[in-house]
Design a protein around this ligand. Structure first.
Ligand code: PLP
Length: 430
């Protein structure tokens, strides 16, 4: 592919060419390399959002025309999202909307776990959103990462084998928000099912970058539950979403309780609805859901092969160039990078990550993320920081160690990648 001609997707996005002010007071084009946190909106998604505003009304509550239109769009969006993950025709699955991935995983941990002794297996690669909810609800065990930060699939199988069929769920990230490693979720699903376990995938980082077929390619490979956030997939106000097995989400007391999730409430009794309504108490973020569905449709139209190829070219260029720069520390495997999304965590030797991160923004309008990216155990492993040091620093309000992270999106260009590399070269030469 022609390197110079790979920014053809940029015009599909809103706001990416709006200048921002540098510390000097000059205006500059922003370079958005913080797509792992949240993404700008696709124009088509934004338009769907705006169109939804014109006919905006209450979902499943009003008798007015706008209420009916919004309810219909909301339910259409649910179907689009189920179709996107290839489970649209399978009545075993439902889609439930929440606020964010964080809220949705908290919901799953509350409703799927019936007893604190129930066993769940997760990994040391997880974002806190897929670690802490389980820690506080059940008996959780962890698969560790290797020296490059990858999960060893055999370790998952060994733990499941030792678990004698008693590990109820394996909950794992689809892709790391620190190193970008893509986990082979279908292969893991198959292993889980062989040991009577179900798989939950945190797809927050994966969904905008790689096609996900929840049915798998052969029996046994089905993903049982998957969670993602629309706001990381180019949808304004994009909400969180769970796609999961309806039966397991039925006949449970919901995480959020309130209106819209009940058939009847009497002085002493509550008759709950079925999912998805059971888990959608309160007024939903209907426009965010509509925008999410439209963004996912657009990604399918663009084609995940194209998306993947575009991001891989940028990723390869950036990693290859960074490897050549003295004093740049790259985290994760920078030799074999095929199983990585465009997420690059790094440091500059001898420099403070926070100071450097701010310089990227102040001087170049390059938006990065700094810190431990809500994945402290994983980052501590990659940096060789012991639990003792991490806790000592936190308890004593000492500065913590951390990294910088560039996370790429579909609208990023080779020109931006070059500016990023040039600025790192400048920083190390100072
Ligand atoms: N899981 C992963 C892998 C993430 O990267 C993030 C956010 O960065 C989350 C979960 C949490 O997503 P949200 O902020 O939408 O709750």
């Amino acid at each position: 592919m022609d390197f110079e001609n790979i920014n053809k997707y940029r015009e599909l996005f809103i706001g990416v060419d709006n200048p921002v002010m540098l510390a000097s007071g000059n205006m500059a084009m922003p370079i958005g390399f913080d797509n792992g946190a949240t993404t700008p909106s696709l124009k088509s998604s934004y338009r769907a959002f705006c169109k939804g505003l014109v006919t905006y009304g209450a979902v499943a509550r009003g008798t007015g025309q706008k209420s009916e239109i919004t309810t219909q769009k909301y339910e259409e969006a649910r179907q689009i999202i189920l179709d996107f993950f290839n489970v649209g025709n399978d009545t075993n699955y439902t889609a439930i909307f929440g606020k964010t991935t964080t809220e949705c995983i908290n919901l799953l941990a509350k409703v799927l776990i019936k007893d604190k002794n129930e066993r769940v297996l997760t990994t040391r690669m997880e974002h806190h959103a897929n670690d802490l909810p389980w820690r506080y609800n059940c008996n959780v065990d962890y698969v560790d990462v290797d020296c490059n930060g990858r999960i060893c699939i055999d370790d998952i199988e060994n733990k499941l084998k030792k678990g004698n069929g008693e590990i109820k769920y394996v909950t794992i990230t689809g892709a790391s928000n620190v190193t970008g490693y893509i986990n082979p979720i279908q292969e893991i699903a198959k292993i889980c099912h062989n040991y009577n376990s179900k798989i939950i995938v945190d797809a927050a980082q994966l969904v905008a970058h790689k096609e996900i077929n929840m049915k798998g390619n052969c029996p046994g490979e089905e993903i049982d539950f998957l969670v993602f956030s629309g706001h990381k997939a180019y949808a304004p106000y994009g909400s969180g979403c769970i796609i999961g097995l309806k039966e397991e989400l039925s006949k449970v007391i919901p995480f959020l309780k309130g209106g819209a999730c009940v058939k009847a409430v009497t002085d002493y009794d509550v008759v709950w609805k079925e999912p998805p309504e059971l888990h959608e108490a309160g007024s939903p973020n209907s426009l965010g859901v509509i925008a999410t569905a439209r963004a996912l449709q657009e990604l399918k139209i663009i084609g995940f092969d194209n998306i993947y190829e575009h991001e891989m070219i940028l990723k390869e260029f950036i990693i290859d160039e960074m490897k050549k720069i003295d004093r740049v520390i790259l985290y994760g495997d920078s030799k074999n990078i095929d199983d990585r999304l465009g997420i690059i965590a790094f440091n500059i030797e001898g420099e403070d990550y926070k100071v450097m991160g701010k310089k990227f923004a102040d001087e170049m309008a390059i938006a990065l993320r700094t810190g431990k990216f809500c994945a402290h155990p994983y980052v501590n492993r990659l940096m060789g920081i012991s639990d003792e040091i991490a806790c000592y620093n936190a308890y004593n309000n000492k500065p913590t160690n951390g990294m910088m992270r560039a996370s790429l999106g579909l609208y990023n260009t080779m020109e931006e990648a070059r500016s990023f590399i040039a600025y790192i070269k400048y920083l190390v030469s100072c």
